[in-house]
Design a protein around this ligand. Structure first.
Ligand SMILES: Cc1cc2nc3c(=O)[nH]c(=O)nc-3n(C[C@H](O)[C@H](O)[C@H](O)COP(=O)(O)OP(=O)(O)OC[C@H]3O[C@@H](n4cnc5c(N)ncnc54)[C@H](O)[C@@H]3O)c2cc1C
Length: 387
């Protein structure tokens, strides 16, 4: 069997790519690991552009309503005094700042859509292909042997993810606290496990501390967490165990070679403090699908000139996001008193400038991209289900 595209790695990025390409009429093989994966307790804050892509692939509307909760308001608290920054969807002229999506449900919805997708086969070994798309995430190996340089910078922090239920309604509000030692604690509203009261937590912190907290009973972890929270969040009870992920920034270069292309976390990893990793990966998918759909009929899929169009399309977006997330984290990691004063004044200053806040939230939500990016479509209208 020969396919047009072999996708190695069946995380959210690999699965979405398989769907997008199959909608163009390309023959796709999807190669994942056979080992069962532990339950994913994460939730993703997905922006408007990511939602638009999933909607066109008929995945978004198949998510159970309680697996996606819009964020209407976000409260960010600095690590000194009363410095805070508030974003509101209403003030930013947006319907939502982001939508929090249950990671396990998204995987499931993608899987179901793939079962009905034409031209996609799951395979358990490599098959002959015109183009290899690597979507192996943080487990990717052997990239150097393919002429790709990988710059990886561990943060020395782990992100602890878990689920909670509050006795107080979340009202669509997300919370984020910057704490001493560049700790970042976020509670994101998610109507699962309980409508109006559920929260998904992402708590990035020193690796040893995260591992200690991961080993605590849910009740003991709840007590530690509760002690850090303002009364407005309410009293939390655990909705399952927490799990820790090591954090690093990563940039692969180049992200294309003849016959080869990288997408998602194996091409770039960012700190989760801005909730942008999967958004970047899904933007990779949209841009690659668009480049392949618009190729000249005589150009092979693995053609270096064609693939460089994808590389150029992704360069600015990923560079800016990587710098922004890294810069923000290092800004908060600086222990000097002057640095603390400066960053907290910075937060308060941005809060006092509504036009700047509006611009920032539109960038983070990807609303400009959602309305301007051509979405993947087929050059042969009869096979396209996306346009
Ligand atoms: C705690 C936490 C919170 C996050 N929150 C957000 C958020 O709010 N918003 C957001 O946008 N992003 C968020 N992210 C980032 C997001 O999780 C990642 O960017 C995203 O999951 C990357 O998807 P991926 O498919 O590229 O990689 P992965 O999810 O790592 O998937 C890669 C897959 O490839 C498989 N694989 C690896 N090697 C091979 C091989 N040789 N052969 C076959 N298969 C292979 C792996 O088993 C895996 O299933 C968060 C991350 C963390 C850790």
């Amino acid at each position: 069997m020969t396919v047009d595209v072999l996708i190695r790695g069946d995380g959210a990025v690999g699965r979405t790519l398989a769907l997008a390409l199959s909608h163009q009429g390309l023959r796709v093989a999807l190669l994942g690991r056979q080992a069962p994966r532990p339950a994913d307790v994460r939730a993703y804050a997905l922006n408007e552009a990511a939602q638009a892509l999933l909607q066109r692939l008929r995945v978004w509307d198949s998510l159970p309503p309680d697996a996606r909760t819009p964020v209407l308001d976000m409260q960010i608290q600095g690590d000194a005094g009363e410095a805070r920054l508030n974003f509101s969807a209403w003030q930013s002229h947006l319907t939502a700042l982001a939508t929090i999506v249950d990671a396990a449900e998204l995987d499931q919805a993608l899987d179901t859509a793939l079962r009905f997708a034409p031209h996609v086969q799951r395979v358990d070994a490599e098959v002959p292909h015109a183009l290899l798309a690597l979507c192996e995430g943080r487990e990717a190996q052997g990239l150097e042997a393919r002429g790709i340089t990988v710059r990886r910078q561990p943060y020395g922090h782990h992100a602890l993810a878990g689920r909670w239920v509050s006795d107080t309604p979340h009202q669509g509000r997300a919370w984020q606290w910057f704490r001493e030692g560049a700790e970042v604690l976020a509670l994101l509203p998610l109507d699962r496990p309980e409508a109006g009261h559920g929260y998904a937590m992402v708590w990035s912190q020193d690796a040893a501390e995260a591992q200690r907290r991961e080993a605590l009973s849910p009740e003991a972890l709840a007590a530690e967490l509760q002690a850090l929270l303002p009364p407005a969040v309410g009293t939390l009870r655990p909705a399952g165990p927490a799990r820790a992920w090591p954090l690093a920034s990563l940039q692969a270069h180049p992200i294309v070679r003849p016959g080869l292309v990288l997408l998602g976390d194996c091409a770039h990893q960012v700190h989760p403090l801005a909730g942008q990793g999967l958004n970047l990966g899904l933007a990779d998918v949209a841009d690659l699908a668009s480049v392949l759909a618009q190729r000249e009929p005589w150009r092979p899929l693995g053609d270096p000139t064609l693939l460089r169009r994808y590389e150029r399309a992704r360069a600015l977006d990923t560079w800016v996001m990587a710098r922004a997330c890294d810069g923000l984290w290092h800004g908060f990691a600086h222990a000097a008193p002057w640095a603390r004063v400066a960053r907290n004044r910075g937060l308060a200053l941005v809060d006092a400038l509504p036009p700047l806040k509006r611009w920032l939230s539109q960038q983070a939500t990807g609303s400009a991209r959602a309305s301007s990016t051509p979405l993947p479509h087929s050059s042969t209208p009869s096979t396209s289900a996306l346009s």
